[in-house]
Design a protein around this ligand. Structure first.
Ligand code: F58
Length: 785
């Protein structure tokens, strides 16, 4: 039974006031944002204690699913939790009566415990599962520092520590009583669970996100301390804590790789020990029943060591290898999120042996078993070679996952087809029944209800509130689209642009016109995502304007948000190029603000929540076949942006749902690229196309200040070097079609009635892209809940 929201909001506020008084001896009106955050969060957790406890017991009692992931990009929790509880507006109003502005917590750090789509997907799944009463819990790592904080100095990305715990972590419950020991070859540590409640929308179901923190068994060596050898006295503590100190530590050295592997093993061992212990505690069960009660989803290969680790633990319980293998295979399923060869994880066996030798031995046994089976299937030669889990001394984690999982899934239809046809072709030939597609989704609570209350209200006034838990209801909007609705939608968009413009002015010092088209590309910075192609088109538009062309082009604002991995030199060069271009364009009096470029700093979940509602055009421009799915594309569609995109990842399904005529689809298809791959000659295109050459040369000709990195970028487009092929991501090939489609989208925007209809049609067609649908499909087809 849900408690009536008015009662609940008052209870939460009273508790928060009490906590303010007890913890800080102040009234809530005098609390600073950090204190307010702490007291409100604790009050919510207090309010939910009973429901959380019941949900946890239910999960332990019945069959349930676990989502193992190195990343959970949960973002800021305070607003989304109040929203899901249905008390956000009331709490805001009650606080306002006391002179407190709920928005004062905007500057509380996001929990950036993830890198991009993969981590955000995990967070959306937990939200959807809790909302729909699906017994799913998350298992991850409690990094002391999440993804780095990004600033720009002279256009250059500078990384700083993301001290997200600085202001406390009032959402987590430390459960030291449930800690487990993780034994590694040269180190034993304690894994301490921190549980966060995952609050469903409009329900009393509360899921759990359990994040493990690594701590020392002997945090202080007293003898060393008394000898005044302070460094030695803290050595064990520091070494233990280093395991969960940073998300994705630099792995360019052996020690760096070893630390990453330790992180993975730590997550896997702690989780599997915990689940086995709880399984045993649940009463009349044997370890043979483990798969009957547990379905564990591997979010990419980072948690794949959980497979040999479970086998090892089951064998410790007395099972023979073969039985343990069967139980384990029935337990796990694997989701792949990338087709990029370099992103498919491989570990050196010596490295694994140096961290967890017994688990390494199990990998060898799995490999032997796989070889035996393959021989009996008549698999030899190249096919056997392509399928080996252990290839010389290299362990292929994806192959290990495929061999030892019940199901393997891709994250969009086209991606799953590529997995079957290409990446895992041989595996698909042997185990076709294991492969499934599960097109990604996003939670509409955060990505519409919370971040765009204005649009959400407009939709509610038009079709009622059902869409917040059943996004397919948005389809009802199709019948309601008329001039009036278009006008109302445009008004909402205008408000969201104004809000974003204010924020950007304050945080980036760039002033934007809310009356311009907002063209947005927000995602990890990677060559394959082709932010460079976007930048070239802006430079092209700029130079055309300087020549007096494109006179009637609507004023346009180009917005970028992205972090580049700290060791990824080319990605950082792309950021410099864009920032230098922005500097040039934004200060050119000839342009007088007709176009503006802004690359926002420290793009994260909270920034996304501001940018997405304000966007008109969503740039999804990877070469076909490389973006597994994309989820930003779905968030932007849901907020009424049209997609300027290739037929890649979920763009294909977006275009199917909303109609290609309501979007701007361009470029080579997967088949086209397959055909040209062998003979692709970017230098030929460059030599033969003078206008394109002028644009590409702005990397080096002084149009913007150049440097070695920009020169390297330039030559990477034209010349192969070793393994790296010239223009590996077909920027020059797709450029003309991209330029044409982009200008068409920008010009079309000026016809506000027709463009507004396209936007609304996209919103009305976004029903498929809810993570509610995705998680329900996992629950039905994979977890069998
Ligand atoms: C993303 N992967 C895919 N990886 O790129 C995107 O298409 C997909 O929609 C999303 O997963 C969810 O399925 C992704 O975010 C990473 O961040 C890697 C983590 C490990 C280091 C390299 C990047």
């Amino acid at each position: 039974m849900m408690i009536e929201s008015g009662t609940r909001s008052r209870a939460i506020l009273e508790k928060a006031e009490e906590l303010c008084f007890c913890n800080h001896q102040i009234s809530i009106a005098d609390a600073n944002p950090v204190q307010l955050h702490e007291c409100l969060a604790e009050a919510v957790v207090h309010e939910l204690s009973g429901a959380w406890n019941r949900s946890r017991r239910n999960h332990d009692r019945g069959r349930h699913a676990g989502y193992l992931s190195a990343e959970f990009l949960i973002g800021k929790l305070v607003y989304s939790n109040l929203y899901n509880l249905g008390v956000l507006r009331e709490v805001r109003a009650l606080l306002a009566e006391k002179g407190v502005d709920l928005a004062c917590m905007e500057d509380i750090e996001d929990a950036s415990l993830g890198n991009g789509g993969l981590g955000r997907l995990a967070a959306c799944f937990l939200d959807s599962a809790a909302t729909h009463g699906i017994p799913l819990d998350g298992y991850g790592l409690r990094y002391r520092y999440g993804l780095f904080k990004q600033t720009f100095e002279n256009g250059e990305q500078v990384e700083g520590a993301d001290d997200w715990l600085r202001d406390g972590d009032p959402w987590s419950c430390r459960r030291y009583g449930e800690a487990v020991r993780v034994v590694m070859a040269d180190q034993t540590v304690i894994a301490v669970p921190y549980d966060m409640p995952v609050i469903g929308y409009g329900t009393d179901n509360v899921g759990t996100l359990r994040l493990w923190q690594s701590e020392s068994e002997h945090p202080l060596d007293f003898a060393a301390y008394n000898r005044q050898d302070y460094v030695t006295s803290m050595r064990d503590k520091n070494l233990a804590e280093s395991i969960t100190s940073v998300l994705y530590p630099d792995d360019s050295t052996w020690e760096g790789k070893r630390l990453r592997l330790k992180q993975q093993y730590f997550l896997c061992s702690a989780t599997m020990q915990d689940l086995l212990r709880r399984h045993r505690r649940a009463g009349d069960r044997t370890v043979l029943d483990f798969a009957k009660y547990h379905a564990l989803q591997l979010n990419d290969t980072h948690p794949v060591l959980a497979i040999p680790e479970l086998i090892r633990l089951l064998m410790q319980e007395g099972l023979e290898f073969e039985r343990a293998f069967q139980v384990t295979r029935s337990t796990f399923s694997y989701t792949n999120h990338t087709v990029l060869g370099e992103a498919l994880e491989r570990w050196d066996m010596n490295l694994i042996e140096s961290v967890c030798p017994e688990t390494a031995q199990i990998i060898r046994r799995i490999d032997e078993r796989a070889r035996g089976r393959m021989e009996s299937h008549g698999i030899y030669g190249d096919m056997l070679y392509n399928m080996q889990i252990l290839d010389g001394n290299t362990v292929h984690m994806a192959r290990l996952a495929v061999y030892t999982s019940s199901t393997i899934n891709g994250v969009a239809a086209i991606h799953t087809e590529i997995l079957k046809r290409d990446v895992f072709r041989d595996w698909y030939a042997v185990y076709p029944e294991r492969f499934q597609n599960k097109t990604n989704g996003i939670t509409q609570r955060r990505w519409l209800g919370l971040c765009n209350a204005e649009l959400s209200d407009l939709i509610r006034r038009t079709i009622g509130t059902g869409f917040l838990t059943d996004l397919s209801r948005l389809g009802e909007l199709k019948h309601a689209i008329d001039d009036r609705l278009v006008q109302d939608f445009r008004a909402v968009k205008r408000i969201k642009k104004e809000q974003l413009a204010q924020w950007i002015e304050k945080h980036e010092g760039v002033s934007l016109s809310p009356d311009s088209v907002f063209d947005v590309q927000i995602k990890r910075l990677h060559e394959y995502k082709r932010q460079l192609m976007n930048a070239f088109s802006i430079m092209d538009i700029y130079l055309s304007m300087k020549r007096g062309e494109l006179r009637d082009m609507p004023n346009t604002t180009f917005i970028f948000g992205a972090k580049a991995a700290s060791s990824y030199a080319r990605a950082k060069a792309i950021i410099r190029y864009i920032n230098r271009m922005a500097e040039l364009i934004n200060h050119d009096p000839d342009i007088a603000g007709r176009i503006r470029v802004v690359f926002v700093q420290n793009y994260n979940c909270s920034y996304a929540e501001r940018i997405i509602p304000a966007a008109d055009i969503s740039e999804q421009i990877s070469p076909a076949g490389l973006e597994a799915s994309g989820t930003g594309n779905m968030k932007l569609m849901l907020n009424g942006a049209v997609t300027l995109g290739t037929l890649d990842g979920a763009n294909v399904e977006i275009a199917e749902e909303a109609g290609a005529e309501n979007n701007y689809i361009f470029g080579m298809t997967v088949d086209d690229i397959d055909r040209v791959r062998g003979s692709y000659d970017p230098k030929g295109i460059y030599d033969g196309n003078e206008s394109l050459r002028r644009i590409v040369d702005t990397l080096i000709d002084g149009t913007v200040p150049t440097d070695d990195g920009l020169r390297e970028l330039h030559s990477s487009l034209l010349y192969s070097a070793g393994w790296s092929r010239a223009d590996n991501y077909y920027v020059l090939l797709d450029y003309p079609a991209y330029r044409e489609a982009k200008l068409r989208a920008i010009y079309d925007w000026a016809d506000s009635a027709a463009f507004g209809r396209k936007c609304l049609w996209n919103i009305a067609s976004a029903g498929k892209f809810s993570s509610d649908r995705t998680v329900q499909e996992y629950a039905r087809d994979i977890w069998k809940l």
